[in-house]
Design a protein around this ligand. Structure first.
Ligand SMILES: Cc1ncc(COP(=O)(O)O)c(C=O)c1O
Length: 452
């Protein structure tokens, strides 16, 4: 398949890849756009130097950049695209809605349709409100929990990487600039799979914590009953359990990890995959809590939980409804699992053959696979991560993670496994000779660092 620019290379061997157009573009972009990107995870500092493609088009599991380079892409759209780029029926549904108007003075018909459709698969929730980004939903969950309980503090799971761009969460990371100390003090942390750490917080801050927020699972599955016991413990102390399903939703199960684990949180939040990359998120939960954001209750104060100008854009909600149709018709979660398993199997064989597992490995469920890059001392290494990214990109793979979409074909997976095998040979040499010898530019950097 051809890329859209005249300056493209049609032959995709790694020696012929040029990034000249992307580099020139990003130089101009950085003068107008702080960070030259609108998501830190997409920033140039997250990719090897001079190998930061600017994407012009995607189709299925492939993308093309300004220089005409073609890549098999993983973790698409910061893990929001699970069916594949430019999925025709979803684009058509969005387009048909769009040409009838995107935003009106009053709610549109699609809002109830989308609410019914999402709640038909997220069976553990009774009410729903839509937003645009996951952060809209998690921040609204925290606000609603504060309103419901009359408490100010929030407990977040320290082992889970991200909950929101807003201060209640960002204040707990290394990037606290611009966040008042008083806000930071309201957020405390508990450990995953460790009820004692939860009990400690409950004893330390009696009657002060509004909610505990966590993902059901990131890299390590929860022991049987952990989520149920956690909820019962925090509820006993008057706090709510908020399940962040921004990543697990439409991945572990169409109804989220709550369906996978048959668990009913007080509130839960969805985003990312629910509209295959279109901007839709959702706050769902128990009627008793959600109703505080409504117009009917008289017994409690009103809570301005989630109210956005663009919150219910018709085309995005139409994309969401169509995405759910396709998930059900094609068993997208089953495809993600199957393709992910094939990829994990291939990668594990390569790692085994090269006996490199102590330094490079894969972790996570088949539908959410990450890689870990360690140095000679077996410590997490950004330079080794950079080297790995550099080598797989030379071989036509762009993969900040190995999170598959349903569009990843067997051929894509085969090509990826071969590229990883070749890249790990270089990695192995770097373990012997020093990574600097093989790195072609500066190292990538963690997102949440205090200084550039
Ligand atoms: C688990 C989790 N929660 C919440 C968010 C925030 O979502 P958004 O970036 O759409 O605001 C993210 C984003 O990556 C996430 O991974």
């Amino acid at each position: 398949m051809q890329g859209p620019r005249d300056c493209m290379n049609s032959v995709q061997t790694f020696r012929q890849r040029s990034y000249a157009c992307s580099i020139a573009h990003q130089k101009r972009a950085s003068r107008l756009i702080p960070g030259a990107a609108h998501t830190y995870a997409k920033g140039d500092d997250q990719f090897p130097e001079n190998m930061c493609p600017v994407i012009v088009r995607g189709e299925g599991s492939h993308v093309w950049d300004l220089d005409g380079n073609e890549f098999i892409e993983f973790g698409s759209g910061v893990r929001s695209v699970t069916i594949g780029h430019a999925c025709q029926p979803i684009c058509d549904a969005a387009y048909q809605a769009m040409i009838r108007g995107v935003n009106f003075t009053r709610p549109s018909e699609i809002e109830l349709q989308a609410a019914e459709r999402v709640l038909s698969v997220v069976k553990h929730a009774e009410m729903i409100k839509f937003g645009k980004n996951g952060s809209d939903a998690t921040t609204a969950a925290v606000k609603l929990a504060r309103a419901y309980t009359g408490r100010d503090m929030v407990a977040i799971c320290q082992d889970h990487p991200f909950f929101s761009v807003d201060d209640w969460f960002m204040g707990s990371t290394g990037m606290t600039s611009g966040i008042p100390e008083s806000t930071r003090q309201l957020t405390v942390k508990f450990k995953y799979n460790d009820l004692e750490s939860v009990q400690t917080l409950l004893s330390q801050y009696p009657g002060q914590i509004a909610c505990f927020i966590l993902e059901a699972e990131t890299l390590v599955p929860p022991p049987v009953d952990y989520l149920h016991r956690l909820k019962s413990l925090v509820n006993q102390h008057g706090a709510l359990l908020v399940l962040d399903e921004i990543v697990t939703g439409f991945r572990w199960h169409i109804g989220g990890a709550q369906a996978f684990y048959d668990f009913t949180p007080d509130l839960s939040t969805f985003g990312k995959a629910m509209a295959n990359g279109f901007s839709v998120s959702a706050l769902c939960g128990r009627r008793e809590v959600m109703r505080l954001a409504g117009l009917e209750h008289k017994d409690r104060e009103r809570c301005f939980a989630l109210s956005l100008t663009h919150g219910a854009e018709t085309h995005a909600l139409a994309a969401c409804v169509k995405t759910i149709d396709i998930y059900e018709q094609q068993d997208i979660c089953g495809i993600l699992a199957r393709q992910g398993e094939k990829l994990q199997k291939g990668l594990r064989e390569v790692i085994e053959d090269l006996q490199i597992g102590e330094y490079f490995n894969i972790v996570g469920r088949p539908w959410l696979t990450f890689f870990v890059t360690l140095d000679q001392k077996k410590e997490r290494s950004q330079p080794f991560r950079t080297l790995f990214l550099q080598e797989i990109m030379k071989r036509g793979i762009i993969a900040p993670s190995f999170v598959v979409s349903a569009a990843h074909s067997d051929a894509d997976i085969q090509q990826t496994v071969e590229a990883v095998a070749e890249s790990l040979v270089v990695y192995q040499k770097a373990l012997d000779d020093g990574v600097e010898k093989y790195l072609e530019g500066r190292s990538v950097q963690p997102v949440f660092r205090k200084f550039n």
